[in-house]
Design a protein around this ligand. Sequence first.
Ligand code: UDP
Ligand code: MG
Length: 322
Amino acid sequence: MQDYQYDISVVVPLFNEEESLPELRAWIERVMNDNGFTYEIIFVNDGSTDGSWKVIEHFAETDEHVHGIKFRRNYGKSPALFCGFRRAAGRVVITMDADLQDSPDEIPELYRMVTEDGYDLVSGYKQKRYDPLSKTIPTKLFNATARKVSGIPNLHDFNCGLKAYRAEVVKNIEVYGEMHRYIPYLAKNAGFSRIGEKVVHHQARKFGKTKFGGLNRFVNGYLDLLSLWFLNSFGLKPMHVFGFLGSLMFFFGFVACIVVGANKLMHLANGVPAPLVTESPYFFIALTLMILGTQLFVAGFLGELISRNAAGRNDYQIEKEV
Ligand code: UDP
Ligand code: MG
């Protein structure tokens, strides 16, 4: 049994949320004390330009439960979570947005689901959401796609900020870029397959406004999902996809090439003037497919070279050694 310093680490990424922080902290502490948990709260200040860091510093001075991490600039929610995860020393790690939209009252049940029901990860599900329609409708589409691609059919709300993890999970996944939307998928790819869900209360934003407004997040969101799928399926064996596609294309190109050549020879053998090869569609098919096929093949070799040299090439998830 590993030793943990606390029952719970609460990780809160935040960007310009100074108005919410005092209420959030007081609420978390109330819940922790009512339930007798030992805990820490890690505020990760993601380059806020308001007074958030001053508030956190003040908390940390007066309260041993509060820790703060300050980024020099704004990196995004995923890097903030990553650094919070690295620092967390609790047996269960709970992530929560700083804007008071997620309720700390959910913590005890989330904790119970991880410690007693044996879940690796429990995701909140904002069944009733207090966000504008422009956010909720695209989100439905997003979740439907994510369920299909990730093969986690029971999650309704991948991107919910309120989640609970077994400590082992957060120490063994790498949340980067904007991958915080797909943490359950990252966890599943790392072999943590007991993924559950809990319906959670959601509130309208009290202060400030959302940091994730624009439409481009959906385009980027889908691209990220594609990358994850590719990395998980072929990241360790790029030749299997590129080599296969390349061979397939080259084969059909070669067949087309034979058709063109045979046609020419047949005409010549019969003593009739042969048409120019460039008049045949097979000529162009042969040309395109053979060039593309070769290039895909080369891409496969390059992919293999890169993955042989990647720092994480031998990072396998070892659960136990005796
Ligand atoms: N956040 C962050 N860095 C960013 C953007 C957002 O740490 O670059 C934090 C933000 O302060 C909040 C959480 O991520 O605590 C979720 O953001 P927000 O509430 O704006 O998203 P929404 O709930 O509207 O999806
Ligand atoms: Mg929010």
